[in-house]
Design a protein around this ligand. Structure first.
Ligand code: FES
Length: 317
């Protein structure tokens, strides 16, 4: 099934902070874009079947545009380098309609939002929504330096007292005390966190005693390293091919090297875009998408990061 991409034009590119640009996207022929809710993301098409997910940062009341913000990650898989290096105002991009895996519970009695670095993107969208609904919220926003913190001007226009900024460089290098924030949050608060792995780990640990339905996390990267410790053979049932995945290679690397172009997006094990049905063999699951029960069932796997525990893995590809 082909992906129903929307064709959008980059209306403008804006410097938001060190290594962070935002991109204002409009439908190529004008008009209203599909609606979205706070916490939603779109996938931007790169080359072939490759896409990258970016949170929408503008207010969900806006129907004429989507705004995404992209942090340049030199060590990443190349999506942010491509966007920073190549995408200019006036260019056309293909994006998927918005989807939301990080939903805001609008009726919560109180929302406590914690953002680190580029993790501010979905959180800023949530702040705008909660403000428009006049719901109680508090934001804790951590960045290495003020220059690296996006959307500070916009945030400074919101009521003082609701925004708590933590700048590592101004705190003798101390990182934000997530445990203290969670501890102080009211028992009925819904807690949200988006940011780097260390922040998310601290948050999950601190919030482990809270009701799971009140704890919301957005991952950019899987917690586990991708599987590449040993060699195995992957059999592609539809393509009738066998490919050797070498030690040191991920399954996705091996497929790309063999000239295949499987669907994928985050390539970090967090979005689910590369999910493939397993016909035979035992996957070595490394993703953040499947539940424990789904992992145990071994019916599907994320081929961007997961590997194989068995010598042969037969996939529905
Ligand atoms: S591409 Fe996102 S989980 Fe594999």
């Amino acid at each position: 099934m082909s992906v129903p991409y929307l064709e959008v034009r980059v209306k403008s590119v804006t410097y938001e902070a060190e290594r962070i640009n935002s991109y204002d996207l409009r439908l190529r022929d004008g008009g209203a874009l599909p609606p979205f809710t706070a916490g939603a993301h779109v996938n931007v098409r790169m080359r072939g079947n490759s896409t990258r997910s970016y949170s929408l940062v503008n207010s969900q009341h806006e129907r004429h545009r989507y705004v995404i913000a992209v942090a340049l990650d030199e060590a990443g898989s190349g999506g942010s380098r491509h966007i920073h290096g190549r995408v200019r105002a006036g260019d056309l991009l293909q994006i998927t309609p918005p989807a939301n895996d990080f939903r805001l519970v609008e009726e919560a009695p109180c929302s406590v939002l914690i953002a680190g670095g580029i993790g501010i993107t979905p959180i800023w969208c949530m702040v705008q929504r909660l403000t428009s609904l006049n719901r109680p919220w508090a934001l804790h926003y951590a960045a290495r330096t003020r220059g690296a913190a996006a959307f500070l001007d916009e945030l400074s226009r919101l009521p003082a007292g609701q925004i708590h900024l933590h700048i590592d460089a101004e705190a003798n290098g101390q990182v934000i005390d997530v445990a203290a924030i969670v501890k102080r949050a009211p028992a009925d608060a819904h807690l949200y966190c988006c940011g780097p792995a260390g922040l998310l780990a601290a948050f999950e640990q601190a919030a482990s005693t809270r009701a799971p339905a009140q704890v919301h996390v957005e991952y950019f990267k899987a917690k586990n390293a991708p599987a590449r410790r040993h060699a195995y053979t992957v059999v592609l049932a539809k393509a009738r091919r066998e490919i050797l995945v070498q030690t040191g290679q991920t399954l996705l690397d091996a497929l790309l090297d063999a000239g295949l172009d499987p669907a994928r997006s985050c390539v970090e094990g967090v979005c689910g875009a590369c999910e493939v049905r397993v016909i035979d063999g035992i996957p070595d699951h490394r993703d953040m998408v499947l539940t424990d029960a789904e992992r145990a069932a071994n019916r599907t796997m994320m081929i961007c990061c997961s590997g194989s525990c068995s010598e042969r893995l037969v996939l529905d590809l």
